[in-house]
Design a protein around this ligand. Structure first.
Ligand code: PLP
Length: 437
């Protein structure tokens, strides 16, 4: 039995001074129960907690740690940057290089602004879209999470899904009224809404591939990909498409993006958002897109947006070192680790007779505890979360740290070597059996 005494003590202390003991809801283990391990150290694919337990990590800080924890190049870049000063609140070379790197790799991004989180990125992109169109309404999809932006919390995935919340208290009725939520992938619902209210709509925001209700790849209808359909529908009505690549960006594919058809330049999102990987584990988000839209930002334009720590030199150093480490070989390694793990999980669950479906978007994947494919949030919610909970705890007990929610992607890194995957493989049969009970 894994000892959790120190974590339990820390959790009790935390609950006195931090709401629910955590600084982000899903960390509290609310939906799976038990004590969250308080982590003290991480290296490569391994985590260590305050009780001396070691775990194979499949959370990767929810995405940023794509090169594994404490990657030497990334840590050295941060150490060197720290020696030169922690924050200037003034322009610094690293932010130029990071922006140039993103602009070079992501076709539709002509200009980019750095912020401190994915939430800030989507919030700011929305503000630009509303200013550019002079319209208020934003369309989002059920199960898509875009951070805790007031306007975007309705039927959001991630923690909102984990705790079965319809949205959030504290969001004004007027804000909620300006957000229309549609079922993911439902082209007809999108077309009907635009036919009725197209002139009021500022933007559609979508995850390039939803990954916060589990992974739900966009599907083509009549040969037209869903993201392309959204772009064409929005543009026909004078609205914009915001593609949220906070989670997929620089992870799902070697191209750096998922929501653009690389070969086809006849359509593109107008604005895109990034985060996670481009900060390499430090707080970074970014939004960017067409230069005419980004030109609306202050000081040149009328859209105010700012940040004391935006473009922070440590954060840009970590992000740049991470992007530098992500060469073709790194994406190969990531892809191999992802598919090997998917196969191991599928084999174990199949052997134990546990209904499951594994869905992928590039190297991203998640496991749903139900038989049928998941194409909407309703489908995702119809999985056997109790089976997941049993599976989760058996994995944790066996030394594998999964996302503590049935609605999240599993994150591998380039440090998930065969040896690490073997450790997971050794635990899977018992966890699958636990899920089957
Ligand atoms: N957008 C997407 C697609 C995300 O997955 C997330 C976070 O998980 C966000 C936005 C919000 O990012 P952050 O948690 O950095 O605010």
């Amino acid at each position: 039995m894994t000892s959790t005494t120190t974590s339990a003590d820390l959790f009790a202390r935390a609950q006195q001074v931090i709401p629910s003991g955590v600084n982000s809801p899903v960390r509290a283990f609310g939906s799976v129960g038990g004590t969250p391990p308080f982590l003290t150290e991480a290296k490569g694919a391994l985590l260590h907690d305050a009780d001396g337990n070691e775990y194979v990590d499949l959370v990767g800080s929810w995405g940023p740690m794509i090169l594994g924890h404490a990657n030497e190049q990334v840590v050295e870049a941060v150490r060197a940057a720290a020696g030169r000063g922690l924050s200037f609140g003034a322009p610094q070379p690293g932010e130029v290089t990071l922006a140039e790197e993103v602009v070079r790799r992501i076709g539709p991004v002509e200009q980019l602004r750095l912020v401190n989180s994915g939430t800030e990125a989507t919030m700011s992109a929305l503000r630009v879209a509303r200013a550019a169109t002079g319209r208020d309404v934003v369309v989002k999809f059920a199960g898509c999470y875009h951070g805790h932006v007031d306007a975007l919390l309705a039927e959001a995935g991630s923690g909102v899904a984990t705790f079965a919340m319809p949205g959030s208290a504290g969001v004004t009725a007027a804000t909620a009224r300006d957000t229309v939520v549609l079922p993911y992938g439902d082209s007809e619902a999108v077309a009907a809404l635009f036919a009725e209210r197209g002139g009021e709509i500022a933007a559609i925001i979508t995850e390039a591939a939803p990954a916060n209700m589990g992974v739900v790849p966009p599907l083509a209808q009549d040969g037209v990909g869903f993201n392309r359909f959204l772009s064409e529908t929005a543009h026909a009505a004078g609205a914009l498409l915001i593609s949220d690549e906070v989670l997929t960006g620089f992870r799902a594919s070697a191209e750096g993006h998922y929501g653009i058809d690389g070969a086809d330049r006849s359509w593109a999102p107008d604005l895109m958002t990034f985060g996670k990987v481009i900060g390499g584990g430090l707080p970074v988000g970014a939004f960017g897109g067409r230069a005419d839209l980004m030109g609306l930002l202050a000081p040149a334009g009328p859209v105010y947006q700012a940040g004391t720590l935006s473009g922070n030199p440590l954060a840009t150093a970590a992000g740049l070192a991470t992007l530098e480490g992500l060469d073709a070989a790194a994406y190969d390694t990531l892809g191999r680790a992802s598919s090997t793990l998917q196969q191991l999980v599928a084999d174990a669950l199949t052997t134990a007779g546990v209904p499951h479906v594994i869905q992928t978007a590039g190297t991203l994947f998640s496991v749903f505890f139900r038989e049928q494919p998941v194409t909407t949030y309703e489908d995702a919610k119809a999985q056997d979360t109790a089976a997941f909970t049993r599976f989760f705890h058996a994995m944790l007990e066996g030394g594998v740290y999964l996302p503590p929610s049935a609605f999240e992607a599993w994150f591998v890194s380039t440090a998930h070597s065969d040896e690490v995957l073997d450790r997971i493989a050794a635990v899977l049969p018992a966890a699958a059996k636990a899920a089957a009970r």
